[in-house]
Each structure stands twice: as structure tokens, then as C-alpha cells.
Design a protein around this ligand. Structure first.
Ligand code: FES
Length: 118
């Protein structure tokens, strides 16, 4: 699921924007939306907790939402760089980390912070 969300859409408070629902995430494995010109993906980790990271690979921008996830590590489908979906940390030498975003869940709705976590 890909949706350009640059209009911000509905916010709960502060910097969090409505991103989708837990049900959508269960059905689609990932939800991908563009917020302020940046694509963000939400995934479940291996404990079924939702996490949000930037969607584009730090190498050549491949779509990480199409990568395989094993033990919270997504492998880029293009050249196989690896990133942790919970921390955003790179598992590939010399590769920068991914930006991560805070996620809140309220009444089955996912809200993602507009600004990346420091
Ligand atoms: S684009 Fe992801 S590893 Fe090359």
C-alpha cells in the first residue's frame, strides 16, 4: 500500500499524523506513505509492535518495503544491504542508518511522527 500523504491528513496531536490502522498493517505487512516529501514505511517487528523507518534504501533508494524481513532486519531487494527496522541501524559496513519515526497506536489507529527521532 502506497499513498502520498503530503497533505498531512489527520493528526492526533503535536507532530503525529494518522498513518493507517493495525488491521491494514496485518493485512498488507507494511504501510507506506509519503509525509513531507519523504516516504515512510511502518512494519511489525517480531513481537508485533509497529515501527516506522524511512522507506528508501541508503544505497540507491530501492524500496525497502519490498525487502525480506528476518529477525527485525530488512534486506534491500536490490543489492542486499541490511537495516534493523526497529532501530534504523545499518547492518552493512559504511552504510548510514535509516531515519526512524515514533509510532503511537490509539484505538487501532497508527499515528507516525512527522519528524524523525533524533
Ligand atoms: S539500493 Fe539498496 S542495497 Fe543498493
Amino acid at each position: 500500500m502506497f499513498e502520498d500523504f503530503d497533505g498531512f491528513g489527520e493528526t492526533d496531536s503535536g507532530d503525529f499524523v494518522k498513518f493507517g490502522t493495525l488491521e491494514e498493517l496485518r493485512q498488507n505487512r507494511t504501510i507506506n506513505r509519503k509525509i513531507i516529501s519523504k516516504w515512510i514505511s511502518v512494519f511489525f517487528d517480531d513481537q508485533d509492535e509497529p515501527y516506522a523507518i524511512e522507506m528508501s534504501c541508503k544505497h540507491q533508494g530501492a524500496n525497502l518495503a519490498e525487502g525480506k524481513i528476518v529477525n527485525n532486519v530488512v534486506t534491500c531487494p536490490r543489492h542486499f544491504w541490511k537495516f534493523n527496522i526497529v532501530t534504523g541501524k545499518s547492518h552493512t559496513e559504511y552504510a548510514p542508518d535509516l531515519r526512524k519515526h515514533a509510532v503511537r497506536v490509539k484505538d487501532g489507529v497508527l499515528y507516525v511522527s512527522i519528524r524523525p527521532k533524533p
